[in-house]
Design a protein around this ligand. Structure first.
Ligand code: GLU
Length: 464
């Protein structure tokens, strides 16, 4: 058997983290078995589906590196097929026309409520041997209902949640085509899963309730049943359903905020799934390891700190030239002066250890690309008479020292010894004068990167 999985988003908004994780797991499962991964856009809710949302889904998957083998397929392009199957089912007697008006259905529910019963379609138009159906009301268009079995249970071995059994008595006869003939959601999913020969339906557990209905329809069609895996929800750190309140929920806000796709994939992979104590692994490793045996059946919690930790790891792993490419447009937005300034590749190398996002890297890098404007009060505090003498000595040494970090470092130490000062007494005023800030990486590294000309001109103009 060739494993065929699908990701079937409804394009009614951006691709959120829950959707991205569903896509990731479906993709990884197919990749694990050398199978196929299909992208299907469930756009039958024409009021709420938008081309922008379709694009956002495709962009999000591309950013995460989740390539599909088939599709994107669009359900709106399968309407003829759905109608054909509905007609066939009516013909076979597995579905039937129901002429109940909305008022009649309301009255039916009201009666059931008053009698303290579960509200459900009462089977008025359900054909049964020996039963006489009511006369067809003139001019009224019928809906089509699926003839759900009345007896027995629906049971499936959920790959994540274990055995799930639902009694058929809990399921009434689902409408599969509306009065205007358009097929309904659950029906379209069934026909597509069948036609696309999906072997594993991997989706959010908000769909668990749809599964027994879909299984019954598949059985009525004589279609093979896929295996089902319902993934537990992702909650915010506070245990509430993940929402805007918890920060970005659209996947595409993460590249904006300076996250790397490898970090996001690694992070999402661990949301509800584990492989021993492994926290850091590549996409390839994840595909090799991924199975449902190590899935947690309870909800996962989103943890920004862990995502940041992983992002820091992947930033450190990323080639400096690539980091520079990612940082440059951000620096431009921040108004950086990149001409005649330290080499960005060396700057990112110096700073990448300590940042959690590319945006933080850009913010940090700005110290090399703007005119310093040291705060007067800070200058007064750090530019003491002793420091000033040492600084002048430092400047004159800068004229001649060999311009590399080791030589500069040795020169700095010699100046400190000569003036009997501690490192901060020289480094703090130097930082202020060169960068306008007190926190920077090691002063020797900063000085080296600025280059002799900038260091001399900035120091001389401040000390003269
Ligand atoms: N279109 C559904 C959704 O976006 C998914 C349906 C499915 O995976 O079966 O929630």
């Amino acid at each position: 058997m060739i494993v065929r999985t699908r990701f079937a988003p409804s394009p009614t908004g951006f691709l959120h983290l829950g959707g991205a994780r569903t896509a990731l797991f479906s993709w990884a499962y197919a990749r694990h078995f050398g199978g196929q991964f299909i992208l299907r856009i469930e756009d039958t809710d024409v009021e709420r589906s938008t081309p922008e949302a379709v694009q956002a889904i495709i962009d999000g998957m591309k950013w995460l590196g989740l390539d599909h083998d088939e599709g994107p397929f669009y359900q709106m392009q399968h309407m003829d097929r759905y109608r054909e199957v509905i007609a066939q089912m009516v013909k076979d007697g597995t579905a039937y026309y129901c002429y109940c008006s909305l008022e009649e259905l309301d009255a039916m529910r009201e009666r059931q409520r008053t009698a303290g019963e579960h509200t459900r379609y009462d089977g008025t138009w359900r054909p049964e041997p020996g039963k006489t159906l009511p006369p067809v009301p003139e001019g009224r268009h019928p809906v089509v209902r699926f003839k759900n079995p009345e007896e027995g249970d629906v049971t499936w071995e959920d790959q994540v949640k274990g055995t799930i059994t639902i009694s058929n008595q809990e399921l009434d006869d689902l409408i599969i085509a509306r009065q205007d003939g358009t097929p309904t959601y659950n029906f379209c999913v069934v026909v597509d899963d069948w036609d696309m020969r999906i072997t594993h339906v991997i989706r959010g557990d908000d769909h668990v309730n749809n599964t027994p209905r879909q299984i019954n329809i598949l059985k009525a069609l004589g279609a093979p049943l896929p295996l089902y895996a319902h993934l537990p929800m992702i909650l915010g750190g506070d245990g509430e359903k993940l929402s805007k309140r918890h920060g970005a929920v659209s996947v595409m806000e993460y590249p904006e905020a300076g996250y790397l796709p490898d970090a996001m994939v690694n992070y999402l992979a661990r949301l509800g799934w584990s492989h021993g104590d492994d926290e850091i692994f590549s996409r390839e490793q994840f595909c090799q390891w991924f199975d449902f045996d190590h899935m947690s059946s309870s909800a996962a919690r989103f943890d920004t700190e862990k995502l940041n930790w992983l992002n820091n790891h992947y930033i450190r792993q990323t080639d400096n030239a690539e980091l520079a490419r990612l940082v440059r447009p951000r620096l431009e937005r921040l108004g950086a002066q990149l001409e005649n300034a330290p080499d960005l590749i060396q700057v990112v190398e110096l700073l990448k250890e300590r940042v959690n996002t590319i945006n933080e890297l850009a913010d940090a890098a700005m110290l090399f690309y703007r005119q310093p404007q040291p705060d007067a009060a800070l200058l007064e505090k750090h530019l003491t008479a002793e420091s000033l003498d040492a600084l002048k000595n430092y400047v004159s040494n800068c004229e001649t020292v060999e311009w590399n970090k080791d030589a500069i470092s040795a020169m700095t130490k010699a100046v400190l010894a000569e003036h009997k000062l501690k490192m901060p007494q020289l480094a703090m005023p130097l930082r202020l004068l060169l960068t306008g800030q007190l926190q920077t990486p090691s002063i020797d590294a900063v000085v080296t990167l600025f280059g002799r000309d900038t260091v001399l001109s900035r120091l001389k103009s401040s000390l003269s």
